[in-house]
Write a protein that binds this ligand. Structure first.
Ligand SMILES: [Zn+2]
Length: 317
């Protein structure tokens, strides 16, 4: 989808790409096999670092320290690896983006987009639902790529901003729970943002991690029906989850891990609007991680999300 992107979306994508460049530069320098490569790496690193710090000159040592790759350990995401109930994927009609006049019916629709996690976890506890004595961390750290060190929160934000731009291009009103990394927005608050906007659908974006690095694929979660919490949104959420799952599988060709209901997710239990959570892939699988961090594959995911969201909104109009 060639939706226009906002400046901050471009900026974020540029930042992500420059990080990858720095990591490549570091690897080159560390081999020390080609003197020219080392020199180029130092210069490139200095330029990048100086650019990042607004032109501040740095020593070679500090530049190299800045570009050294940090491999982050995989941590538990809010939705830990689970065996999704694989359901038979129904055929989803892939439509080309309709013209503006055909999109008129979308102008009153509201979609909440929640890019999972944030730059730093918030381990303060909050109840997993209204009046609950069970508590969980407000925002967990999420997973991360063992090879590039990229945290899940960067991928979810990149996809979230692209999704916002694509939905807005169709005339849909989009409410974001965050648009930068440096925020602290508890999961209950993310649900409240969607509730207050009376969103027709809340879409929460996540990536998964697993100890078994061969595990890959994509699945969608929806809230279990819990009396007083989610019994009013469970059926609609389940319907939306299946439609969006099918559309994103069609757009990406990812392994279909189906849909699954969950009763333990704070973001679901505080929600008063249909709510789904897409686990876009496993960052612990090298091949899928590479895709998840690529602009091109993120665009495919966004295409699938848009197709699925529009398809779901049709069922409500
Ligand atoms: Zn997550």
């Amino acid at each position: 989808m060639a939706a226009p992107r906002r400046p901050e979306t471009k900026e974020l994508i540029r930042t992500l790409h420059s990080k990858r460049r720095r990591r490549r530069v570091t690897r080159l320098a560390l081999t020390g096999s080609v003197a020219v490569a080392v020199l180029a790496a130092v210069i490139a690193g200095a330029v990048l670092a100086a650019d990042r710090l607004g032109g501040t000159t740095q020593t070679t040592a500090s530049v190299m320290a800045a570009v050294s790759t940090t491999v982050r350990s995989t941590t538990t995401s809010e939705a830990p690896p689970t065996t999704a109930t694989t359901q038979q994927a129904s055929t989803t009609t892939q439509s080309t983006p309709p013209t503006t006049s055909e999109n008129a019916w979308l102008s009153g629709k509201v979609v909440a987009v929640d890019p999972g996690h944030q730059s730093r976890a918030d381990y303060e506890l909050e109840p997993i639902g209204p009046g609950s004595s069970t508590e969980k961390a407000r925002v967990s750290s999420g997973t991360a790529s063992p090879t590039t060190g990229t945290p899940e929160s960067e991928v979810t934000l990149a996809v979230g901003l692209k999704l916002r731009d694509a939905l807005e291009a169709l005339g849909i009103e989009v409410v974001m729970t965050r648009t930068t990394q440096d925020v602290d927005v508890p999961n209950s608050e993310r649900a409240r943002i969607a509730n207050e906007a009376s969103a027709d659908l809340a879409v929460r974006l996540h990536c998964d991690g697993a100890t078994d690095e061969s595990v890959h694929g994509l699945f969608t979660l929806y809230p279990a029906s819990i009396k007083g919490w989610t019994d009013d949104i469970a059926a609609e959420s389940k319907k939306a989850a299946q439609i969006v799952q099918d559309a994103v599988i069609a757009a990406t060709g990812a392994k279909d891990r189906g849909t699954q209901e969950r009763s333990d997710l704070t973001g679901f239990n505080w929600s008063d609007v249909p709510d789904i959570l897409i686990e876009m892939g496993f960052m612990t699988n090298a091949a899928e991680d590479k895709l998840l961090e690529s602009d091109r594959y993120q665009d495919k995911i966004v295409q699938g999300l848009v197709d699925g969201i529009v398809e779901y909104l049709k069922t409500k109009s």
